[in-house]
Design a protein around this ligand. Structure first.
Ligand code: ATP
Ligand code: MG
Ligand code: MG
Length: 550
């Protein structure tokens, strides 16, 4: 790959290696909460964390941040593992924050013993009110001065299930006047009588993110704990817990999350789209999820390339969907096999070509590859399907496709001349009539005729049918989360167009799942996961050119 300058995290890692901090070791982690499917924003974090380890001879843990039992599920765990693997990365260890619940409990007890944590009986509202505002210090309450013994007993009783949800919390005793609101005696544990997908009913108290995350990092001896910018104000708390517990000194670094236009990227919002059936599941090809992009026909290489191109910065910005599209276009241009498919068909009849005759032409699979990656056969006959838009009854100037009197080349076959057409009672063109130039065959053209247009076609008796799905952006506006009202009001009602009866060249009947095909002049396509030999379904991954109209 091209030389580029180091990003700020690479600079930190190189500095740490050169000073021998952590003994030159690099251990990162990717810490998804299993409460949804991964999206393209997660891909950025995955590429960053796994990429650093690969670059500096380190390792990366996959850690499920499963401290919130209510929203989590094994379905999500499985999908996350599949997606990380598919992107091309291997984790050193598959770990779960819930496996640390005993250790985290012990950490909490040791903080109580140091006088650095207390049980508070206040309600969530009371705690919020007592916290003050950023310009006004918070107030203590009577619980803050509980004795060590009382705190130890109450915390044990919380764990033993003596209290209902919300009756008590464990708080760190830090500084109610801190200008950083996160340091004003933050919550460490809450009571939640809920079944956990891994620990079952063993626990009815669960640690808060701020207490669990840094401590999990320290338990694993993570060297560089990378997260998104909104965690900057949490960093003093991250460091405080590690210092007071005197455990492995993991360090947190923050980078700007990926924002992509014309979509949403919060799992909560993506879940709404799924549950309210605005899309056909987490892997709907319009979703910004890894599984949606895969089903749409994106390749792992194109997503990694995208993450490399957007880089790692300290300031948030909005990335254009067009950049993601140009990455897949570039990749598929190199790898996709060329095929012909007619999406909106009308019939072309070559009136001077014998009925019943078939010729078989040959087309290269991939003209971009040095060896062409083999060929496929293209049967040709008197009746062909062509695109409706490739014929015009009254063409404008410089229309180089079919109109009465015009000549075009049929891709990989003959030059034809349009002689006439027929219409039905409603005025729709039903057939285009042409004659052909017999000595104009592609690769063996002695006709001396130069034509400006080449069109694709499929032989009527040899064509197979397929359903073709064309996609547009899921939202009508660039930043639906930043508009007035509900983001779902901005869903694009025309984001999916289904063409139930496209004609495809016969070779596409054996299209390979997961492979990209360029339908000449129409874009890049791949088989949908629900495609069967009886009912072929193709998804358009992306058009051939950036055709979005702003
Ligand atoms: P969401 O807001 O979508 O629910 P999250 O941050 O809560 O995302 P996690 O499962 O906790 O989701 O994320 C796992 C990792 O991925 C975290 O380290 C998080 O910082 C990172 N991540 C999540 N969204 C993005 C994004 N848009 N860009 C870059 N990194 C992200
Ligand atoms: Mg999170
Ligand atoms: Mg979240």
């Amino acid at each position: 790959s091209e030389e580029r300058s180091l990003n700020f995290i690479e600079e930190i890692v190189e500095e740490d290696i050169s000073t021998g901090k952590y003994g030159g070791r690099v251990l990162t982690r990717f810490p998804p909460e299993p409460n949804g499917y991964l999206h393209i924003g997660h891909a950025k974090s995955i590429c960053l964390n796994f990429g650093l380890a690969l670059e500096y001879g380190g390792k990366t843990n996959l850690r499920f941040d499963d401290t919130n039992p209510v929203k989590e599920d094994v379905e999500y765990v499985d999908s996350i593992k599949e997606d990380v693997k598919w992107l091309g990365f291997e984790w050193a260890n598959e770990l779960y924050a819930s496996d640390y619940f005993d250790q985290l409990y012990e950490f909490a007890v040791s903080l109580i013993k140091k006088g650095l944590a207390y049980v508070d009986d206040s309600t969530a509202e009371e705690i919020a009110a007592q916290k003050g505002t950023p310009t006004e210090p918070g107030k203590g309450n009577e619980y803050r001065n509980r004795s060590l013994e009382e705190n130890l007993r109450l915390f044990a009783e919380m764990k033993d299930g003596k209290y209902p949800d919300g009756a008590k919390v464990l708080r760190a005793k830090i500084d109610l006047a801190s200008p950083n609101m996160h340091m004003r005696d933050p919550l460490m544990y809450r009571i939640k009588h809920a079944h956990h997908h891994r620990t079952g009913d063993k626990w009815c108290i669960y640690p808060m993110y701020d207490f669990a995350h840094g401590e999990s990092d320290a338990i694993e001896e993570i060297t560089h704990s990378i997260c998104t910018l909104e965690f900057i104000p949490h960093r003093p708390l991250y460091d405080w817990f590690i210092e007071k517990l005197d455990i492995f000194p993991s360090k947190q670094y923050e980078f700007a999350r990926l924002n992509l236009n014309y979509t949403v990227m919060s799992k909560r919002k993506l879940l709404q789209l799924v549950e309210e059936k605005h899309v056909d599941g987490w892997d709907d090809p319009r979703m910004p999820t890894i599984s949606g992009l895969r089903r749409r026909g994106y390749t792992p290489a194109s997503i990694r390339d995208f993450c490399e191109r957007i880089g790692v910065a300290k300031r948030e910005n909005m990335i254009e969907m067009a950049l993601l599209e140009s990455c897949i276009r570039e990749d598929l241009n190199k790898t996709a096999w060329r095929r012909m498919a007619v999406l909106d068909p009308i019939k072309l009849i070559i009136t001077d070509y014998p009925e019943g005759k078939t010729e078989t032409f040959v087309g290269e699979n991939n003209p971009e590859a040095e060896d062409g990656e083999g060929t496929r056969e293209l049967p040709f006959s008197r009746e062909l399907w062509i695109e409706r838009e490739d014929f015009m009854e009254e063409p404008p100037k410089k229309f180089f496709r079919l109109a009465v009197g015009n000549m075009v080349r049929l891709k990989s076959a003959y030059i034809v001349k349009c002689e006439g057409f027929t219409k039905d009672a409603d005025g729709n063109v039903t057939e285009v009539h042409c004659t052909h130039v017999p000595n104009s065959l592609s690769g063996n053209d002695t006709s001396g005729i130069n034509v400006k247009g080449t069109i694709h076609w499929v032989s009527v008796p040899h064509a197979k049918t397929a359903e073709v799905r064309l996609y547009d952006r899921l939202f009508r506006v660039e930043d639906p989360s930043n508009e007035d009202g509900d983001f779902k009001e901005y869903i694009n009602p025309n984001s999916l167009q289904i063409l139930p009866n496209a004609y495809i060249e016969p070779d596409l009947a054996t299209a390979i799942p997961g492979k990209g095909y360029q339908f000449i002049r129409k874009g890049y396509f791949t088989l949908d996961k629900f495609s069967t030999p009886e009912k072929l379904i193709f998804n358009r991954t992306v058009t051939l050119k950036d055709g979005w109209v702003k």
